[in-house]
Structures are given as C-alpha cells and as structure tokens.
Design a protein around this ligand. Structure first.
Ligand SMILES: C[S@@+](CC[C@H](N)C(=O)[O-])C[C@H]1O[C@@H](n2cnc3c(N)ncnc32)[C@H](O)[C@@H]1O
Length: 250
C-alpha cells in the first residue's frame, strides 16, 4: 500500500484512525513515568498520535513512517505546534528499523495491519524498550468494515482483497504473548462512520488504502452492484477500535 499518494487526503478521511489514536493516548497515560518520557510513534502518518504525544512535552519524541509524504505533513504540524520540543522524524520501514536510543513507551496506532511479519517485528521491538517500558498498540478488530465485506461478498462472491490484516483481540494478545508481552490494560469500542452515498464511501475507503489493492478488481458492473448493495444495506460503516497497553516480560 502506497501511503505517499494518499497522504494529502489522509487527514480529511481518517476520522476512525484519529479516534483510535485519541483512545490509545488516553489509555496509555496512567502507564507513563512521572518524568518527561522518551517516546516513539511507529507509523506516525500525518501525526494524529504524534501531536498528542508532543503535548506531553517528552524528553524525546521519535516519529517513524515508511511514507515520506505522510512524514512531511507530520513535520509541518510539529514545527507549527511544538517547535520547542525534541522531536526527530525517521523515514523507515518499521520492520527494518534499529533505533539509537531506548524508549519509555512505544506507540503504534492503526499500522500493524500493514506489517508483513508481526511476530518478527515484536521480537525486535522488545529490545527497544527500557525496563518497565510500555508498548501501546491501537488496532482495528475483525468487525471493522463488516458492512463493506458483506456487500462485496454478495456481489463478487469473494472476499475483499486487501493487504491490511485485521486481527481479533484474542489473536493479538496471543501473538504479543508469544513475543514476550503481557497485556496490562485495554479498551475497545465500535465507531460508526456514516457516508452520504456509496460513491463517497468507496472513494474514502480507497483513500485510506482499504480498497483498491485487489489483483482482481471489480468490473464496472460489479462496482455498480456493490454501490447498490451498500445503498440498500447500510452506509454506516463499523470500525472496531482496540487500544491496548502491553509490558514486556522475560
Ligand atoms: C492508517 S495510517 C495510521 C497513521 C497514524 N498512526 C494515525 O493514527 O493516523 C498507517 C501508517 O503506517 C505507515 N506504515 C505502513 N507500513 C509501515 C511500515 N512497514 N513501516 C513504517 N510505517 C508504515 C503508513 O505509511 C501510514 O502512514
């Protein structure tokens, strides 16, 4: 998924991601040290979460993203809103990153669905945390976009093909446990994103990168049928937001 071409539209279509970032930030506050923390935001995008983290006036804030264009927007916001705090931006694939410092808290919101090998990534990431450091994960659950999946299956008799992988909470806890992380706290909610019409719905989801990655895209007639099915069934789309705080164990 190429977030570079979606970057300029991302802020106008990413209400669910913004809501998740907010939930995760709130949940994590009780687990941060009393002194200014050293923080990393993985998959920072345009900075929904990075800006919240910057508002804590951390000792250091590192923001990492694979997309140069997303980082550019994040940088502009940090420059305008937090010119006086210590932040650094890294244009990197998180799965290949090696930091030069250790963190009190590592955040990753609305991003793990894109990782190729989540267990391998977590095994590495564990070494980046200071003792008692936390890993704060914001993820979308399996109910996410169930309305789209249902309509797509009705029309095309196959699943939506997307590189994004949405895990259940149970699955995630098990993956994190195997990598040496124990769940400390969590919060979930269902968020509804309502669209005026099917055209706007599909365009918005395309700009988020949820649709449009198929090797076998729908033909014109199928797209028309999909729009009709969405119009008939529902233009309210569910996002299952899951905020989780983990701690590493040995
Ligand atoms: C849905 S956006 C979420 C952005 C931000 N965390 C938020 O809450 O709005 C996902 C972000 O993850 C980034 N991303 C995807 N795969 C990545 C990877 N392997 N390494 C680093 N960033 C990645 C994308 O470029 C994109 O900015």
């Amino acid at each position: 998924m190429n977030f570079n071409i979606k970057a300029s539209k991302y802020d106008s279509v990413s209400e669910p991601q913004s809501e998740l970032a907010e939930e995760l930030f709130e949940l994590s506050l009780d687990y941060l040290p009393n002194t200014p923390p050293v923080l990393l935001d993985i998959g920072c995008g345009t900075g929904h979460l990075s800006l919240e983290l910057a508002s804590l006036f951390p000792k250091n804030l590192d923001c990492l993203d694979i997309s140069k264009e997303m980082l550019k927007i994040c940088k502009e916001k940090l420059q305008v809103n937090f010119p006086n705090i210590q932040w650094r931006l890294f244009e990197n694939d998180a799965e290949d990153f090696e930091p030069d410092i250790m963190y009190d808290a590592i955040y990753c919101s609305a991003t793990i669905q894109w990782f190729k090998d989540l267990p391998a990534f977590l095994a590495k990431l564990k070494r980046w945390l200071k003792p008692r450091g936390i890993l704060a994960i914001g993820a979308f659950g399996e109910k996410t976009l169930q309305e789209l999946h249902k309509a797509y299956k009705e029309v095309a008799a196959r699943q939506v093909e997307t590189k994004a992988k949405f895990y259940s909470k149970k699955e995630l806890i098990s993956i994190f446990k195997k990598a040496g992380f124990a769940l400390e706290d969590s919060a979930e909610c269902l968020y509804t994103q309502t669209f005026e019409n099917p055209d706007i719905a599909l365009k918005t989801l395309g700009n988020m990168g949820v649709t449009g990655t198929s090797k076998k895209p729908l033909n014109r007639m199928e797209i028309q049928k999909l729009k009709e099915a969405l119009q008939k069934n529902s233009l309210d789309f569910t996002w299952e937001l899951m905020a989780m705080v983990f701690r590493g164990f040995v």
